[in-house]
Ligand binder design. Structure first.
Ligand SMILES: Nc1ncnc2c1ncn2[C@@H]1O[C@H](COP(=O)(O)OP(=O)(O)OP(=O)(O)O)[C@@H](O)[C@H]1O
Ligand SMILES: [Mg+2]
Length: 291
């Protein structure tokens, strides 16, 4: 093969890879000035932000669910989002994870990854894990099998049957089991766990993929006081290693994890600060906390 042919082949392979990684750029009509290829596990946080949203808006049938929202999260930060029903908290997570496309605005993961160029599965690949309110573990499988399954990238049945954990993956699985307080329940069927344990197992399944950023929507809803306390400890242990964005209504839980709190209202940021600061804010009392 001549050097030119080799070079052409390499260029074509690179173009193909860029197309996959860039998702919808070509047909989406967004500017093609994006020179860096995003690689899972590499997020440029040199500017001190893991997540950055600016002037993001989205309307549903003319109703502005998110209205010029700007927000950023630091690497390793544990951020709480509160706000009245319909404030746009879940929609914010939908936008970050690619489930909903905003009408306008900027959404960056680190300083180089424009999330609006990626599809929902690609965003998960990049290292953003999301937990919905209802636990979605595989009830018929054991705790171990659920965690093991979370590692499988090839969902084809045959590949799954042949799948075996290597030693690094086994070590990681054991570490996750301890982190989520389920080491004693490794062989239990997930369907027999308590509601709180199912929530932890699902968080464990996300942790198996070692996400940079975790989005958790009302994680302690329906938990007992003790489970809520343990979840607070769990989140505090994840902080630093991961960045977390937690939507919650439970003020005592937020107080325990003592994070910076962002108050959303009508699709925009109404206030931000420590829990004590936002609880003392007249506007926040008016729309959310009540008098
Ligand atoms: N896909 C959609 N189509 C139409 N309207 C939507 C859609 N998603 C959200 N909305 C509307 O956008 C607004 C914000 O909803 P969202 O679910 O984000 O609120 P929230 O802050 O999560 O509320 P809650 O605390 O009740 O969970 C609501 O008025 C909701 O009805
Ligand atoms: Mg919601």
């Amino acid at each position: 093969m001549t050097p030119e042919l080799l070079e052409q082949g390499a260029r074509r392979a690179q173009e193909r890879q860029q197309k996959v990684l860039r998702g919808r750029t070509e047909s989406g009509g967004r500017a093609a000035g994006f020179s860096r290829i995003a690689i899972a596990g590499e997020v440029d946080v040199t500017h001190g932000r893991i997540l950055y949203l600016e002037d993001v808006s989205v309307s549903f049938d003319g109703f502005k669910a998110i209205n010029q929202l700007s927000l950023d999260i630091a690497p390793g930060e544990l951020r709480c989002i509160i706000g009245p029903n319909g404030a746009g908290k879940t929609t914010l997570m939908d936008i970050i994870t690619g489930k909903t496309r905003p009408d306008s605005g900027t959404v960056y993961f680190g300083s180089t990854i424009d999330l609006l160029r990626y599809t929902e599965p690609e965003i998960a690949q990049l290292g953003i894990g999301r937990k919905f309110q209802k636990p979605t573990v595989f009830e018929q499988l054991t705790v171990f099998e659920n965690l093991e399954l979370a590692l499988k990238t090839n969902k084809a049945v045959q590949a799954s049957l042949l799948f075996r954990l290597d030693s690094a993956q086994s070590d990681h699985l054991l570490e996750v089991l301890h982190t989520i307080h389920l080491a004693d329940s490794v062989a239990r069927q997930a369907g027999n766990l308590s509601h709180g344990q199912k929530q932890w197992l699902e968080i464990g399944m996300l942790l198996m993929q070692d996400p940079k950023l975790l989005l958790l929507d009302e994680p302690v809803a329906g938990m007992t006081d003790e489970e809520t306390q343990r979840t607070a400890e769990l989140f505090l242990s994840l902080k630093g290693k991961h960045s977390l964005m937690v939507v919650e209504h439970d003020m005592s839980f937020i107080n325990t994890i003592s994070a910076i709190v962002t108050v959303l209202c009508d699709g925009a940021v109404l206030a931000q600060g420590t829990l004590a600061q936002v609880q003392a804010d007249e506007r926040v009392i008016e729309v959310y906390l009540g008098r």
